[in-house]
Design a protein. Structure first.
Lengths: 255, 255
DNA sequence: CGGTAAGTTGACACTAATCAACTTTCGTGG
DNA sequence: CCACGAAAGTTGATTAGTGTCAACTTACCG
């Protein structure tokens, strides 16, 4: 098994353990890997759905544009995230997907998806991936609908921290988050100016620093507290549960 | 085939045509129908997922509560809408579901879902239902993130109008929308007071009236215009396409 | 090294929240 | 069927939180 497959398997296993045959199925599609530069579109609103994507490296975003040029980012895709496998059941995209950083992604055909779905282990991973992303979208509605700018920022950073941690991309409270302040603004329904000011507040409060794409969380407990963040909605197994899973690799159980 | 099954089939066929065997499968679960009064919970955040629901009559909402008691409604479920069939792949609910009006819903077990998914026609309906609801959630993020209160209200009413029309619940520009102003406020991230004032504006502008749960749209074209509403994201087939589908009942094509 | 994108800061405007009082409608039991 | 209480809706006054505009600095890329 090559390096890429190993890494991808590790990231997908955040959802459920994979068996050898599942990993083999991953490897069979590894040739379909594509590279995208920041701002490249992986898919465009209105276009037919020909491929869906598995993010192996880098950040991507789902977004919609308003007639006046404003943009709403509706989701982040980080390594180990993928599109809903049922997307082929719709005739065209309702939104666009673009790379936020340099991105490596596997582009799956309907046939490849069918092969993956026929393996119980992978099918479970794909189902949970979709459900967790729906759960995240709901939490984002809560944030934009009801939280203050301060809470929104801190909540988003908590979420990214958890999600990146779940796929091994956090090291000693630091991780790479390749987002500009404008992109964060378009995510949280705030102006870029206000995001800037709120980030200052977060820094001054000693909660985190976020410079040149590096997010460092200085006081995670307090950050969770001020933002009302509870990681349940991300369905990340706790350390204990992760251990239990690792012990019994044959099980398909989750929690 | 009894009355209930016929009506449900009609509403599900907004996604794709159903064959006789699909409708038979619906009928087989009709015994699992339950009735809920307004405010009753169909499912609660944190609870294990034992049943998923198909709304046959009435309105339900998905919502999350904040620690201070504020509520964000993240989705409406109208007749013909159902929960994602993969929900069983997660150990607990990340949100709650409550009846907004008096509701008739079929409660499906994992086994029933499995039987439905094994029929290609029904499986397609279930897949599209999930994808359309994900698309709606994205559009709601756009609304809450970027639209003014006036645009949010009018956009929401356009959406409800289209969705109810797609399942035959609009008659001469009027439909029943059993929402209070407070519930609309909790949906759109506005205060109830501001929703009230904005509704006045909409009335005064001659666009619609909304009294005692009756929504009447007086100028749908203008309402779409002022709200930036485009029905694409709802994936409702246009009249022509619906006709084409009706002609060729055996096809599983969509658009 | 120059140009552009990203980030920073201040002044000001405005949308929508809050608080409070009041009216109307609805549901329910006497 | 009416009366009562509670929920829903309405309106005004005031305030808080963010958006907008503009100028400027810093960082990045070819």
């Amino acid at each position: 098994m090559n390096r890429l497959t190993t890494r991808l398997a590790l990231r997908l296993e955040r959802y459920a353990p994979l068996r050898v045959e599942d990993k083999q199925a991953l490897e069979n599609e590894a040739l379909a890997i594509r590279r995208y530069a920041p701002r490249d579109n992986l898919a465009r609103e209105g276009n037919p759905v020909e491929r869906i994507f598995v993010i192996v490296e880098g950040f991507a975003s789902r977004y919609k544009l308003l007639p006046d040029g404003r943009r709403q980012i509706t989701a982040y895709m980080v390594p180990g995230d993928l599109c809903d496998t049922r997307t082929f059941a719709l005739p065209f995209m309702d939104h666009s997907i673009a790379a936020l950083s340099s991105v490596h992604a596997i582009a799956l055909t309907p046939e490849a998806v069918h092969r993956w779905e026929s393996l119980p282990g992978l099918a479970l991973v794909l189902a949970r991936n979709s459900l967790v992303h729906q759960s995240i979208a709901r939490e984002w509605l809560v944030s934009i609908g009801h939280r203050t700018s301060f809470e929104r920022l801190s909540h988003l950073f908590c979420e990214l921290f958890e999600r990146l941690n779940a796929v091994g991309l956090v090291h000693s409270s630091a991780c790479e988050v390749p987002l500009t302040q404008t992109e964060i603004a378009d995510t949280l329904g705030l102006s870029a100016v206000h995001v800037n000011r709120t980030l200052m507040e977060l820094r001054r409060a000693g909660l985190l620093s976020f410079q040149s794409k590096q997010l460092i969380i200085h006081d995670y407990l307090k950050l969770q507290l001020v933002s009302g963040f509870h990681p349940r909605y991300l369905y990340v197994a706790s350390p204990d549960e992760a251990t239990a899973r690792a012990v019994n690799e044959d099980s398909c159980g989750f929690f």
